[in-house]
Design a protein around this ligand. Structure first.
Ligand code: HEC
Length: 133
C-alpha cells in the first residue's frame, strides 16, 4: 500500500465515522426533544375547593343534562339541580358511571369518557363532602 492510498483509506474511514457520529447526535437530539411536556402539554388540573356552581354544574350541564334534565329523564334518571345530583353522589352511581366502573352503565352514554380532569374535579368535590356551594 502506498503512503497516499493509506491516507485516502484513513480519510474514508473518518468520513464514515463522522457520518455515524452525526446520526448519533441527531438521534440523541431527537430523544432530547421528546420530553413529555412537549408531547402532552401539562394543562394544570385544579381540583382544589371545588364548587358545585362553578366547577361541577358546568360539567354535568355540558355532558349529562341533554339526557338527564327533568324533561328528558333518560333511563328514569334526572340529575338536574343539586339535590337530585346529590342522590347519585350518595348512592355511588355518579362516580361509578363517569369512571366506567364495572356494574355501572358507562356515562356519558354512547360517547367518549369525560376528560380525566373533569373526573378528577368531580371526585375531589365528592371527597370534600359534595358541598352545595
Ligand atoms: C345520550 C344520552 C345520555 C347522556 C349524554 C348521559 N346519559 Fe346517563 N343514562 C342514559 C340512559 C339511556 C340511561 C339508562 C341506562 C342505560 O341505558 O345505560 C342512563 C343511566 C344513567 C345512570 C344510572 C346508571 C346505572 O348504572 O343504572 C346514571 C347515574 C347516569 N346515567 C348519569 C349520567 C351522567 C353523570 C352523565 C354525564 C356525565 C350522563 N349520564 C350522560 C343516557 C344518557
Amino acid at each position: 500500500m502506498t503512503r497516499e492510498r493509506w491516507i485516502i483509506n484513513i480519510e474514508k474511514l473518518m468520513m464514515k465515522n463522522i457520518v455515524i457520529v452525526l446520526f448519533l447526535l441527531l438521534g440523541l437530539g431527537g430523544c432530547y426533544y421528546d420530553v413529555e411536556e412537549d408531547i402532552y402539554p401539562t394543562t394544570e388540573c385544579s381540583t382544589e375547593d371545588m364548587s358545585y356552581q362553578t366547577d361541577i354544574f358546568p360539567i354535568i350541564n355540558d355532558n349529562c343534562l341533554g339526557c338527564h334534565d327533568a324533561a328528558s329523564n333518560f333511563g328514569g334518571i334526572t340529575i338536574e339541580g343539586y339535590d337530585l345530583l346529590k342522590n347519585f353522589v350518595d348512592n355511588g352511581q355518579l362516580v361509578g358511571v363517569i369512571k366506567h366502573e364495572s356494574g355501572f352503565s358507562p356515562m356519558p352514554k354512547n360517547t367518549t369518557k369525560l376528560l380525566d380532569c373533569e373526573v378528577e374535579k368531580i371526585e375531589a368535590w365528592i371527597v370534600n363532602g359534595a358541598p352545595n356551594n
